[in-house]
Design a protein around this ligand. Structure first.
Ligand code: TZP
Ligand code: MG
Length: 218
């Protein structure tokens, strides 16, 4: 059974691929993150160390099974074919990935869709696209986790994006625990993080901080 979208799932949104956790197994990392209470997981396999298609499928099955057992939505980054093959709960696409209308046509009956939007112009276009569940905006702060990241958005611009958007927004990029209260003040529905959790020395503390930051409509 696939899990329907609820904006509360954006509160503690963990994004991870094998490239983000050198020397560790992604299944082990995800188990720890789920046990700590993450509210969504996105499998994002990127960069030079990218797994082959069949490896992504095999690993994706394991990750999906773990999420399913925890009742947490399993979201695939970018790859429509992989998301469909895995029966994912959601897919997240960027502005430069497969055209958004094509994605909506291909998957909207089967899973929810998130779209990256880091400018007001992108948000206004997204408002006109039927079938989007949420937007992801960033990088809010400088990040070393994404080589081709857009320019830093910052909190003031983020607030404008939230005001302009007809969909809930999850913030991403360079987020640290001490910035969560200020981030929540912008009206976003949650934080999406790679390193803050993958490199945390205390998953429970980090995820609890994410879940209780005071997000919009929490
Ligand atoms: N998209 C915009 S910034 C980013 C992605 C995938 C990387 C976020 O990683 P981190 O470690 O939380 O800054
Ligand atoms: Mg992308």
């Amino acid at each position: 059974m696939s899990i329907n979208f609820d904006q509360k799932q954006l509160a503690a949104y963990f994004v991870c691929g094998t490239q983000d956790i050198p020397g560790q197994r992604l299944t082990t990392v995800l188990k720890r993150a789920l046990a700590a209470g993450i509210t969504a997981f996105q499998y994002r396999d990127k960069g030079a160390s990218r797994l082959t298609a069949s490896e992504r499928l095999a690993l994706g099955k394991q990750l999906h099974t773990l999420c399913e057992a925890a009742g947490v939505p399993f979201i695939v980054d970018d790859d429509v074919d992989l998301a469909l093959a895995l029966g994912a709960d959601g897919i997240h696409v960027g502005q430069s990935d497969t055209g958004i209308q094509q994605v909506v046509t291909a998957v909207s009956q089967q899973m929810f869709i998130g779209l990256s939007c880091s400018t007001l112009a992108e948000v206004r276009v997204a408002n006109q696209v039927a079938g989007l569940a949420y937007l992801g905006s960033g990088p809010i702060f400088p990040t070393s986790s994404k080589a081709d990241a857009d320019p830093v958005v910052g909190l003031a611009n983020l607030q404008e994006l939230v005001t302009a958007s007809s969909r809930p927004i999850v913030a991403i990029g360079g987020i640290t625990e001490d910035q969560l209260p200020a981030l929540a003040q912008t009206g976003v529905a949650g934080a999406a993080v790679i390193s803050m959790l993958a490199q945390s020395n205390d998953y429970q503390r980090t995820v609890t901080a994410m879940r209780t930051a005071g997000w919009l409509m929490q």
